[in-house]
Design a protein around this ligand. Structure first.
Ligand SMILES: Cc1cc2nc3c(=O)[nH]c(=O)nc-3n(C[C@H](O)[C@H](O)[C@H](O)COP(=O)(O)OP(=O)(O)OC[C@H]3O[C@@H](n4cnc5c(N)ncnc54)[C@H](O)[C@@H]3O)c2cc1C
Length: 364
């Protein structure tokens, strides 16, 4: 017979120690709640882990590596992540693009440096970037506010001034948008490939809007690296949480959420342990896992369960991890002194059609 310790109880249980789960836990602990975070993997971090997968002693950021959108968020400052060990490296230039024929361009620290670099390909495209960036700078407070608010209804979106134009831009594919916005094949390719950072292929809806925001955000705040690896983000969050009395358990897979009389009252771990909660259960897990596995159709209802069952996952990513002893220095990579060592760069062919041709076999 297994004798279990008496059931622990908390004000809040967070399922999953990804950076969003940990951030949620930090705010709950800051509000004075007793909090436990349960993570099924051996380490915290979720898609922000760094592990020795390429060579011993060489850490790779296994999934996320660019600290960008978080720089628009008030959370790192509100939670004091810098005081808990988070240190960012922001390269100059902010980003670089290299082409096989030896040409390149950079997103500099300011819009004029970028425009000067784009000018090598097209004067008109350089002016277009000035306009697009000015549009982002004006819309930035609204964009950031929207990230932390409920989504607008379609009626609200369409009812806003120039709502129909805004909605068209939001839904536009990257290919359609770059074709009508830029004249040089190089800028068309660069902006269309920016959509790939959200898994959006050139002909996927939302690609144009995402590409604009992604590149404008890089122009605005730079795309930082986390000193010591991306996992330092979750480590800093864990320090904040523990300083507020919170608890984190790894190798602790939640198998189900226990609901009694319409209230979530506990979670049950895969090994049978029950952890009680008198307050909040927050799930950092994806909606399908939450709805179908952790709650189940008797709780969420047959209609919602059937919709979740039919939900089709989007394309996945393919990554190659390498531990390099030296960096190859092709002559074409000298777009700025030392840039190939000190910036984020992407390499590609010169035409958007190349992405279109490469994607179907990659997705198959
Ligand atoms: C290849 C790739 C590259 C990316 N690059 C970037 C980038 O450069 N910059 C950027 O900002 N974003 C990037 N992203 C996106 C970013 O990584 C994710 O959006 C972000 O990490 C999601 O965080 P999260 O906390 O919401 O979820 P996750 O990181 O997925 O965390 C969820 C956690 O919950 C745990 N969990 C799930 N179910 C259970 C359960 N039943 N019991 C216990 N634990 C459970 C999981 O193990 C996991 O640790 C990238 C994503 C990928 C895949």
């Amino acid at each position: 017979m297994i004798i279990r310790p008496p059931m622990a109880s908390y004000d809040a249980v967070v399922i999953g120690a990804g950076h969003n789960g940990l951030t949620c836990a930090c705010y709950l602990a800051k509000a004075g709640l007793s909090v436990i975070v349960l993570e099924r993997y051996a380490t915290i971090g979720g898609m922000t882990i760094s592990e020795e997968i390429a060579a011993p002693g060489h850490l790779s950021d296994v999934h996320a590596s660019g600290y960008l959108v978080a720089k628009l968020s008030p959370s790192p400052d509100e939670l004091g992540l810098a005081e808990h060990g988070l240190e960012l490296i922001t390269p100059n230039p902010n980003w670089a693009q290299i082409f096989p024929d030896g040409r390149s361009f950079v997103i500099g620290r300011d819009v004029e440096t970028t425009a000067a670099s784009i000018m090598k390909f097209s004067r008109r495209d350089a002016d277009t970037w000035r306009t697009l960036y000015a549009r982002f700078a004006a819309a930035k407070p609204t964009i950031v506010r929207a990230m932390y608010s409920r989504p607008e209804s379609l009626a609200e979106e369409l009812g806003a001034p120039h709502g129909a134009d805004g909605y068209r831009f939001l839904m536009q594919t990257a290919r359609n948008w770059v074709d009508e916005t830029f004249e040089s094949p190089e800028m068309r390719l660069f902006f269309a490939s920016a959509g790939l950072h959200a898994g959006l292929a050139p002909d996927d809806p939302l690609g144009g809007h995402f590409a604009w925001m992604f590149v404008a955000a890089i122009q605005d705040v730079g795309c930082s690296l986390v000193r010591g690896g991306m996992h330092r983000v979750s480590e800093a969050l864990a320090k904040v949480l523990r300083a507020r009395g919170g608890t984190i358990r790894t190798n602790a897979e939640v198998a189900s959420i226990v609901v009694e009389n319409g209230r979530a009252v506990a979670v049950r771990l895969a090994d049978g342990e029950r952890i009680g909660v008198d307050g909040v259960i927050a799930a950092n897990a994806d909606p399908r896992h939450l709805g179908l596995d952790l709650l189940g159709d008797t709780i969420i209802g047959a209609e919602a369960a059937s919709k979740l069952q039919r939900y089709e996952w989007g394309p996945s990513f393919f990554g190659i991890y390498a531990a390099l002893s030296t960096i190859s220095r092709r002559a074409s990579w000298t777009f700025a002194p030392g840039a190939c060592r000190r910036t984020r760069w992407s390499a590609s062919s010169t035409r958007p059609s190349s992405i279109r041709a490469a994607l179907p076999p990659a997705r198959a």
